[in-house]
Design a protein around this ligand. Structure first.
Ligand code: PEP
Ligand code: MG
Length: 584
């Protein structure tokens, strides 16, 4: 039995077998086999080589179609390396003479060969090391990990263990089979974490070397509340966890009863609890959890879940579907927020950047790719005839960017008018406040927008200079940082003074510890991940605004995030003494 600690990002406990996705860049442990097992091991290797060859041939054909035969030659080079007799002989010999597994033989030989290339003076030869690593990952993927495609054909439920998952990988998982997610990398508000939470899949990220400690088929307890994974648990642990899971289910059941009750404080202030979604299919479950509308529709997931560029028609269909499902309830569409960790690499929108979180992402990417941006805006405007919508631009960092985005919107409206295509001309336009410059200049922005939505996920990372997806510095990423709270306080004050509607749509809004503080700072609209709605509502219904103001006042006197967090946790325990223990 082995316990690994990570970062809890989506609550819930799962007890199930592991399935390991891709070996990626992890060390393969040396495991030996009996001499009798050698033929079977050689057969596994042959099969994995054949599968890898097939993958590469497919990639080569795709590349010929998309980038031309010249660039596609790289795949011919990969095929030649895979057939290299000297490397293959060494792998075979390791299996036959040292009795090691095929994966260890391939891993150790290929690493050795890559090192020889890496140590060369000649740049061209040095770069061949990258090709060997790439081949190694592909081969190991077939030997010990499931490839993405085969993940979708799992015949039993499993906990997915991966080095890292991209948001698009997460979005395309089969939710009926994947019961939990455990990754080596990742932080609390990485998009993979957000998606897992939204999908209700318990998840722990930042487990560091999880993929090299667990094999497909191992029994796992994944604890998404405490942020730990127990590999091959003993009987006592299994018993304890089954009991904990039972208590938790019972607690959730009591929360379900809140769904139809209003989110009103004890002194009668109504709070709008809206939901964050990525796909229209999340709308019905969000309404069932008690959401009164959608405060953040992350439209970039239409791209992330698609192999080809979504057409205007496809986008129009998705947006119209969402509007129809909401039957007149509020719906805020955020325009494409691609880039950084939300890379869509099936077209030509992604570029390798040294600092992707500070790079050409989000509204910047849209303003540099006007046809893509205009296609989306056309689809949104056309869909606006079906019900009330609002449009929100992400990552605005200066006023000129906002003006440019609004100009593009006006251009698209003009085109539609010229073509006599109907749309609503009365669409509120707002911005995410998620860059410190926008927070600081909120009074300037307030003159030119209808609403603000504070995106704390990015606001935190840019305020405290901590990559939201980096597990190594996850302890420095905190919504309780006094500087972050100060920025939120300032933005809400400006919004109230200028009568600009303000909401908050970062993960912070769904964390019960922060509910009193946010109400005390003056927020009356929160857009949160649907599973968090009942618990946040329970707190709202248990407190007065006066009490929340006192909490916010007290928080303003603290200098460190630890003081803030300790205080807020104590206050939540006072308000809800029965809250399930061990909650994240
Ligand atoms: C945010 O940054 O707080 C936000 C809500 O947007 P995203 O998590 O998609 O970046
Ligand atoms: Mg953001």
């Amino acid at each position: 039995m082995l316990t690994k600690k990570g970062i809890a990002v989506s609550p819930g406990v799962v007890i199930c077998c592991a399935v390991v996705l891709d070996a990626q860049d992890v060390a393969v442990p040396r495991r030996t086999i009996s001499p009798k097992a050698v033929p079977a091991e050689l057969e596994r290797l042959a099969q994995a080589l054949a599968d890898s060859r097939q993958d590469i041939e497919k990639l080569r054909d795709q590349a010929i179609a998309s980038v031309g035969a010249d660039l596609a030659k790289i795949f011919d080079a990969h095929l030649a390396m895979l057939a290299d007799p000297s490397m293959m002989t060494q792998i075979h010999q390791a299996i036959e003479n040292e009795y090691v597994t095929a994966e260890f033989a391939a891993y150790s030989v290929m690493r050795r060969v890559a090192k020889v290339f890496k140590d060369q003076e000649n740049r061209y030869l040095q770069e061949r090391a990258t090709d060997i690593y790439d081949l190694e990952r592909r081969l190991l993927g077939h030997l010990i990990g499931h490839s993405e495609e085969s993940l979708n054909q799992l015949d039993a439920q499993a906990i997915l263990v991966a080095h890292n998952l991209t948001p698009s990988q997460t979005a395309s998982l089969d939710k009926t089979k994947i019961m939990g997610i455990a990754t080596d990398l990742g932080g609390r508000t990485s998009h993979t974490a957000i998606l897992a939470h939204a999908l209700g899949i318990p998840a722990v990220v930042g487990l560091e070397d999880m993929t090299s400690s667990v094999n497909t088929g191992d029994m796992l307890i994944l604890d998404g509340n405490r942020g730990q994974a127990i590999i091959e648990p003993n009987a006592e642990h299994l018993l304890n966890y089954r009991e904990f899971k039972r208590q938790q289910d019972a607690f959730e059941h009591t929360l379900d009863e809140l769904q139809t009750l209003p989110a009103t404080t004890v002194d009668g202030t109504e709070i709008a609890l809206l939901a964050n979604i990525e796909f229209p299919d999340e709308i019905d479950p969000a309404l069932a959890k008690g959401a009164v509308g959608i405060g953040l529709y992350r439209t970039e997931f239409i791209y992330l879940a698609s192999d080809t560029e979504p057409s205007e028609e496809e986008q129009y269909e998705a947006y119209s579907k969402a509007i129809g499902l909401l039957e007149g309830r509020p719906l805020t569409f955020r325009t494409l927020d691609l880039g950084a960790d939300k890379v869509w690499n099936k077209g030509n929108l992604d570029h390798v950047e040294r600092n992707p979180f500070l790079g050409c992402r989000s509204i910047r990417l849209c303003l540099q790719n006007l046809p893509v941006f205009k296609t989306q805006l056309r689809a949104l405007l056309r869909a606006s005839v079906h019900g009330p919508i609002r449009i929100m631009f992400p990552l605005i960092s200066n006023i000129m960017e906002l003006r440019q985005a609004k100009m593009v919107l006006a251009d698209v409206m003009e085109d539609l008018e010229d073509q006599e295509i109907e749309f609503s001309s009365d669409i509120p336009v707002g911005i995410m406040i998620e860059v410190p410059s926008a927070a600081i200049q909120s009074a300037v922005f307030a003159q030119e927008v209808d609403f603000f939505s504070i995106g704390t996920n990015d606001l935190i990372q840019y305020t405290v200079a901590v990559d939201r997806g980096n597990e190594r510095i996850a302890n420095l990423y905190s919504a309780a940082h006094p500087a972050v709270i100060q920025l939120i306080r300032d933005v809400v004050r400006v919004a109230n003074r200028t009568k600009t509607e303000v909401s908050l749509c970062g993960e912070m809004g769904g964390e019960p510890e922060f509910t009193m503080l946010l109400l005390g700072l003056g927020l009356r609209h929160l857009s949160i991940t649907p599973p968090a709605i009942p618990e946040v509502k329970q707190i709202i219904r248990s407190v007065s605004i006066e009490k929340c103001r006192r909490v916010a006042h007290k928080v303003a006197s603290y200098e460190t995030e630890h003081q803030v967090l300790n205080y807020l946790r104590t206050e939540v325990r006072r308000v809800l003494p029965d809250r399930a223990s061990g909650s994240s």
